[in-house]
Design a protein around this ligand. Structure first.
Ligand code: IPM
Ligand code: MG
Length: 372
């Protein structure tokens, strides 16, 4: 029996290609793992009305962790139109399978490191080393949404908060509400993870990015909890910033920041910006990490326009595999892989189109594997 059982979830579009690149490298490293293919993605939505089939959920429960490529997500109406005729008009609603996995398995910590590797021509600056901790199960992604707005709910909301009166004349189907739910437990566990990481890796600060001057209750709670958690880490300074200003400062002085912690939607936004600072989504790894299980995925999406061309940059996926190895406790393999990736980037001989080259996804994977 292998040491690890890894749910293998290529998903959609270029997810398939970058996973093939990851496999080449993992095989070269000789990771003692069984890779079990798992169904997830657009095709299963279209043909089964379920992008995350129950069999995949059951499978994941038996695995050490999952490795995931990419998923296509479309807004509600567009998604419904693509269902096969037999499933049309059955009232099925598309929901992102990766968001559901994060919530279902309590993968509350979305870890997104963005480091400028020396020699990457796409670096915004060469001195960037950012690590985003994004809360991954709550906030605006909680899935508590209403449209049309039920009269009873509107009455209750108005009773508890008269501000709601401003919308009293808006017809029920002309108003939509998405709740930003933040719990103390959710806030605490992500903020604590960020501080622990900062301590372990020698970062002097943790920056909480929120908007408490407007989102008084939800960002306010994040802020109170951050101040409490910070008490347990006297050697690390807590910085508090607003999301809007933070975006500006990240462009102006990215080297000022290290560990960033934030709620779900802000984290989604901040992590794309940080990715661009270090060369774009082709370099952005990510892990959805819970207390017992984790699913690792590159930050990028399924890029349908490049699907099947073996054109896209696999470094994000390879760095994601590195993160998985580290989580598994395979520290030597993780370090060797990072060294090889950094080596290939620094040499600049093998590059995909985004880096100005014309090498393929698999050429890059082979170059990394050769250095191992
Ligand atoms: C990400 C993606 C997802 C998200 C989408 C695909 C649902 O943008 O992982 O950052 O919004 O979390
Ligand atoms: Mg995103």
């Amino acid at each position: 029996m292998s040491k690890y059982r890894i749910a293998w979830m290529p998903g959609d579009g270029i997810g398939v290609e970058v996973m093939e690149a990851a496999r080449l490298v993992l095989d070269k490293l000789g990771l003692d793992a069984e890779y079990i293919p798992a169904d997830i993605g657009w095709e299963f939505w279209r043909t089964e009305g379920e992008s995350l089939p129950q069999r995949t959920i059951e499978l994941l429960k038996t695995c050490t962790c999952g490795l995931f490529g990419a998923i296509t997500s479309k807004p509600k109406e567009e998604a419904a139109k693509e269902l096969i005729p037999e499933l049309q008009d059955k009232g099925l609603t598309y929901r992102s399978p990766i968001v559901r996995l994060r919530q279902m398995f309590e993968l509350y910590c979305n870890l997104r490191p963005c480091r400028a590797y020396p020699g990457n021509p796409l670096n915004y600056r060469d001195d960037i080393d950012l690590v985003v901790f994004r809360e991954n199960t709550e906030g605006l992604y909680s899935g508590v949404e209403f449209h049309p707005l039920d009269d009873k709910l509107r009455e209750t909301l108005t009773e508890f908060n008269p501000t709601m009166n401003r919308f009293k004349d808006v017809p029920a189907d002309e108003i939509a509400v998405s709740l930003r739910v933040i719990t103390r437990r959710g806030a605490e566990r992500i903020i604590r993870k960020a501080f622990e990481y900062a301590k372990q890796h020698g970062y002097p600060t943790v920056t909480l990015v929120e908007k408490p001057n407007v989102l008084r209750e939800t960002s306010g709670l994040m802020r109170r909890v951050a101040q409490e958690v910070a008490q347990d880490f006297s050697e690390i300074e807590l910085w508090e910033t607003n999301i809007d200003a933070q975006m500006m400062w990240l462009l102006k002085d990215p080297d000022n920041y290290g560990v960033i912690v934030t709620s779900n939607m802000f984290g989604d936004i901040v992590s794309d910006l940080c990715a661009q600072l270090v060369g774009g989504l082709g370099f952005a790894a990510s892990g959805n990490i819970g207390d017992d299980i984790a699913v690792f995925e590159p930050t990028h999406g399924s890029a349908p326009k490049y699907a099947g061309q073996y054109k896209v940059n696999p470094h994000a996926m390879l760095l994601t595999s590195r993160m998985m190895l580290e989580w598994l406790g395979e520290t030597d393999m993780a370090q060797a892989l990072e060294k090889s990736i950094a080596g290939v980037i620094a040499e600049g001989k093998v590059r995909t189109y985004d880096m100005g080259g014309d090498d393929s996804t698999m050429d890059v994977a082979k170059a990394v594997a050769e250095k191992l």
